[in-house]
Design a protein around this ligand. Sequence first.
Ligand SMILES: [Zn+2]
Length: 56
Amino acid sequence: MFGDKPKCMKCGKEIEGEEEVYIKMKWPKRKGMTEIKAYLQNEAAFLCLQCFEQEA
Ligand SMILES: [Zn+2]
């Protein structure tokens, strides 16, 4: 899905394919966003399931 493998913002673990992942992101202002992948790479922070459960 992504060109570069996303990493967990907390533990730095690479997110594996089809791994469940939590994304923290700013909702874009402009509508009709088509470049969702580019947007996520620039604006989103990923959290792996383990770290998410630790924070909860
Ligand atoms: Zn993690």
